[in-house]
Design a protein. Structure first.
Length: 498
């Protein structure tokens, strides 16, 4: 039977300078189908979607929407054809409010009289429909946690009434299970309305839970397209990485020793209330909780990036107060920040500079301090190990795929000389093969006697990697789990306050 596809992309080809990003791709999506697009970092997933939405110009190939060939040469034309895209990198205006961002297209059309109250009410309505009436439409986007920024991004796209295709490029990377459930409900509702959804994710469990079809890409080409119920996770992984991956979580042989850092009665704003905990040599301590639980804020306060109002920190036996991140780094405390785009990498700078950062010690916020030549060499090696895909070390980080940017921001920290290192969502957006390498690196750090703290929204990762887990909720520690107690049920129970 000849199916009429909602979208057909045929013979799509694209080069970026010396990089052949898309090699003669054929990609078809049926109406009312949730179609996953998976593959390693740099495989070409985002580029293919940018070609579809008009954000990137293809060198060659044709695009048909509902059987009719369309010329999509700009995002505007993409929208006119019914293509709504939620990009991996948000496209929000940080200085504008939530409501203004949601209606940005209407606001920038001009020639219209704007009723601000209407705008806010409508924005509230949309957020409510999504299940997020706790987001205030009047707040500036820059003041929202990353997860809520993501929700605003989604709301903005739902303003496009003629959406035929919704592209979600790693929408859950910044969300935790409770927001993910809401997002999935919404996606399923859209599917029932006949919208086709293209879903890019490195979280394969989600792919199986949500998607009807899966297309695997590798090195700019399509490897295969299958029905989701015709393949299992193991087979999908091998098809993505081109080899068998037996264990996702490698074994760690670290001896847990004396306390390296002890935090007592830390308070900093509403999100950090009387937080006390300790982490030991060789230990991997997890922080779990919902978005907005205060995990990131806690770590930023410890690190001197946020003001400490009360409490104390003892690091390697000495009482410390860090007025800024530079002082923390100097005392051998490290923090890989959650918000990579603003704090983790300098997008316009080269991969080499971002990896070594030696010339950037002067930068106040989050210096990626690599102290000597040995560390630089190590950072380079870690980039290699993580199979970071780039053309030249001199290219700007902005030319890398999302996951490869993440590898750059991580490499320098994994190489840095720390006694305690805090990793806020270390594997966000990273492909499954590189995840295993990151886990091995974390295990190595622990084996060297470094205390490691991981904040992660991926439950599988918390369960697979941590010796002990602290659960936060609304700025407070609400639970602590050890060894066999670290289960999905227990984590949800504490996080939800059950
Ligand atoms: N604007 C650009 N300039 C130069 N090269 C680019 C540009 N955008 C993408 N590339 C390159 O094209 C290739 C595919 O990148 P793409 O972003 O599509 O990967 P991806 O599959 O989305 O990966 P990830 O899972 O990491 O997001 C990569 O080698 C990337 O470096
Ligand atoms: Mg991408």
């Amino acid at each position: 039977m000849d199916e009429v596809y909602q979208i057909e992309m045929l013979n799509i080809d694209k080069h970026f300078g010396g990089v052949h990003a898309l090699k003669n791709i054929d990609f078809r999506v049926g109406k009312g189908t949730i179609h996953a697009l998976v593959g390693e970092n740099g495989a070409g997933k985002s580029t293919l979607m940018k070609v579809l939405s008009g954000a990137v110009q293809k060198d060659n190939g044709i695009i048909k929407i509902s059987g009719k060939e369309e010329n999509i040469n700009s995002p505007h034309e993409g929208k006119k054809c019914g293509i709504s895209t939620i990009y991996q990198e948000f496209m929000l205006a940080p200085h504008l409010t939530v409501a203004e961002n949601i209606f940005i297209d209407k606001l920038t059309q001009g020639g219209k009289f704007i009723k601000w109250k209407n705008l806010r009410d409508k924005a509230h309505e949309i957020l409510k429909r999504l299940g997020f009436d706790n987001i205030d439409p009047n707040v500036r986007v820059s003041e929202l946690p990353v997860a809520y920024q993501q929700i605003v991004e989604i709301s903005k796209n739902l303003m496009n009434d003629n959406t035929k295709v919704l592209v979600l490029d790693e929408p859950t990377a910044v969300l935790t299970f409770s927001e993910i459930e809401k997002l999935f409900e919404l996606v399923r509702r859209l599917k029932d309305e006949g919208v086709s959804i293209i879903y890019i994710s490195h979280r394969l469990d989600e792919v199986f839970e949500l998607c009807d079809k899966i297309t695997v890409m590798k090195d700019g080409a399509v490897v295969q397209t299958v029905d989701a119920d015709q393949i299992d996770k193991q087979a999908l992984i091998s098809s993505m990485v081109g080899r068998e991956l037996s264990t996702l979580f490698p074994k760690r042989n670290a001896k847990i020793g004396e306390v390296v850092m002890e935090v007592s009665h830390l308070t900093s704003g509403p999100m950090v209330q009387d937080v006390s905990f300790a982490v030991r040599k060789g230990e991997v301590l997890g922080f779990s909780g919902l978005v907005g639980a205060g995990r990131t804020e806690t770590m930023r306060a410890i690190f001197g990036a946020e003001k400490m109002e009360a409490g104390s920190i003892v690091l390697s036996g000495k009482k410390k107060t860090f007025k800024n991140p530079k002082q923390a780094v100097h005392s051998k405390l490290g923090l890989l920040p959650e918000d990579r785009k603003q704090q983790g990498v300098i997008l316009s700078q080269s991969i080499r500079i971002n990896t070594t950062m030696s010339s950037l010690k002067k930068i106040e916020q989050f210096p990626g301090w690599i102290s000597d030549a040995k560390d630089k060499k190590k950072a380079g090696e870690i980039l290699e190990q993580l199979q970071t895909k780039y053309d030249s070390l001199e290219d700007p980080v902005s030319s890398l795929s999302g996951g490869n940017q993440q590898k750059v921001s991580l490499a320098k920290w994994l190489a840095a000389d720390c006694e305690c290192i805090i990793l806020d969502e270390p594997t966000r957006g990273v492909d499954v093969g590189a995840k295993v390498e990151i886990y091995k690196n974390i295990n190595d750090l622990a084996a060297q006697g470094i205390a490691v703290i991981i904040i992660s929204s991926e439950m599988e990762e918390i369960i697979g990697m941590c010796d002990r887990v602290i659960v936060m909720r609304q700025g407070k520690i609400v639970g602590e789990l050890e060894k066999e107690e670290i289960t999905e049920n227990n984590l949800i129970h504490f996080a939800m306050g059950g």
